[in-house]
Design a protein around this ligand. Structure first.
Ligand code: SF4
Ligand code: SF4
Length: 446
């Protein structure tokens, strides 16, 4: 039975039929990979290799001493040809390590499975996860070792696996759940040991009956693991909304899931944990859905981290007609990229290639005060006012109207009949408020 939903949200056209039934295919080896030295946590990494070095597949190539950072590993064996700038999905130029594969995929000697997993301490398991470069694979790239390192006194009783994949067009998690359910559950069991819980719930939207069946079959022989079908409604995959739908618990504004007894992990992240412990592999590849009306043969590709979008699009038969917009991620929360040379990262779940007609920027019209953005906001915010405060530079007002609680889901922009780019303005307000908070903290510490 589908369980609960949440207030607000929308049900946009799913557009998943292009790839939902296509088995994952291992992508061709790229001619070059670019490993960016900024990960999602924003901790810059320092290369541990130099130009001209030979590296093996799975070898660490960059690391940091920062608590929130995780290392990066080479997804191929080959030669470091340069360390220089690359344009990333966020639009900025970043330092990256460029590696040319030698075609051997010679595995690094550090890549050995972990034995006696369940007799290891939680701290040891968390350290192994950190050293494997594992981050949240749902998009945000939040470091998994930080998520699993609960503060003293935290009273967590449930690991909640996020298999919602509510973004239209994307099917990477869907195919993973259908094809590798046992690996996901194995990774979940390792995480359960790390956080000391005996229950895992797996939330999956009810538009994926085959994934619900596959995960349910695999869970039937795993103690304490259960699948919960939830309604198909965007943004069901937001942590706070999935917790509400599956467990009926509300994470307070500004709070984190552990404050209501939950740790949430994407299903892809669990499979990455299993890859490390059972196959010895750090996080060096992921499933990417390459789709959209302007790509010839959409597919779910298992791609090496650092492969360029152009390589993956070419493998899918290239463009159909003139592409309008290329988006890393889905149409609701994805980021439009300015070049096909952008490399995929650990959180790139999809590459969406839109036609020119679909990409036309519609002209913003005046607000007609219909209130639809307020009704639809799943965080119960008032986007119409946040947009006003942001455009006027009134950051105190935006903060007072809880701009920082915005999850940037894009629902308000989607429903606005006047095509007002509400989420863009709210993102700007969040950026300014964060900068002001940082400055105030620095002043206070002097
Ligand atoms: S204000 Fe933020 S949370 Fe609310 S609908 Fe808009 S983007 Fe989503
Ligand atoms: S949905 Fe658009 S037009 Fe309606 S109140 Fe919100 S901003 Fe104004």
């Amino acid at each position: 039975m589908p369980k609960g939903s949440f207030r607000g949200g929308v049900h946009p056209p799913e557009n998943k039929e292009r790839t939902a039934t296509l088995r994952t295919v291992v992508a061709r080896r790229p001619s070059q990979v670019a490993i960016a030295l900024h990960q999602g946590s924003n901790c810059p990494l320092t290369p541990t290799v130099a130009k001209g070095d030979y590296v093996r597949m799975g070898q660490k190539v960059a690391d940091t001493d920062e608590k929130w950072g995780v290392p990066a590993h080479s997804p191929v064996s080959g030669k470091v040809v340069s360390i220089g700038l690359v344009r990333t999905a966020s639009g900025v130029e970043d330092q990256a390590i460029f590696i040319e594969p030698d075609g051997e995929d010679a595995l690094d000697e550090s890549c050995v499975p972990v034995d006696n997993v369940f007799s290891r301490s939680p701290e040891e398991i968390i350290r192994i996860i950190r050293d494997a470069g594992i981050v949240g694979m749902g998009g945000a790239e939040f470091p998994t070792h930080i998520k699993l390192s609960l503060p003293p006194g935290a009273n967590v009783d449930t690991l909640l696996l996020n298999g919602a994949e509510c973004e239209p067009c994307l099917t990477a998690d869907h195919r993973l759940m259908v094809e590798r359910p046992r690996d996901i559950i194995r990774g979940a069991q390792i995480m359960m040991r790390a956080i000391g819980v005996s229950r895992t719930l797996i939330g999956i939207e009810d538009n994926k009956p085959d994934a619900i069946r596959a995960m349910g079959d695999a869970a039937s022989s795993a103690a304490g693991v259960e699948v919960v079908a939830v309604k198909t409604r965007y943004p069901q995959g937001s942590e706070k909304h999935l917790i509400k739908s599956v467990l009926g618990r509300e994470v307070p504004p500004g709070g984190l899931p552990f404050t209501v007894g939950v740790v949430v992990s994407n299903v892809g992240t669990c499979a990455a944990v299993s890859n490390r412990f059972d196959r010895g592999l750090p996080l060096i590849e992921r499933i990417v859905t390459v789709t959209g009306s302007a790509v010839a043969k959409p597919a779910n590709l298992v791609a090496k981290i650092g492969t360029s979008a152009s390589d993956l699009i070419e493998e899918c038969g290239g463009f159909v007609g003139q592409p309008g917009k290329i988006v890393f991620g889905g149409p609701m929360m994805g980021m439009a990229v300015s070049s096909v040379d952008v490399p995929i990262g650990k959180g790139t779940s999809g590459i969406l290639v839109m036609s020119r007609e679909e990409s036309e920027d519609l002209k913003e019209m005046p607000c007609i005060k219909c209130g639809q953005c307020v009704d639809a906001c799943p965080m119960r915010l008032e986007p119409v006012f946040l947009h006003q405060w942001s455009n006027a530079g009134l950051w105190d007002e935006a903060e007072a109207y809880h701009a920082m609680d915005c999850i940037e889901c894009g629902v308000c922009t989607y429903v606005c009949p006047s095509r007002r780019n509400l989420v863009q303005a709210i993102k700007r307000a969040k950026f300014e408020i964060s900068a002001r908070r940082r400055a105030a903290k620095e002043r206070g510490s002097k």
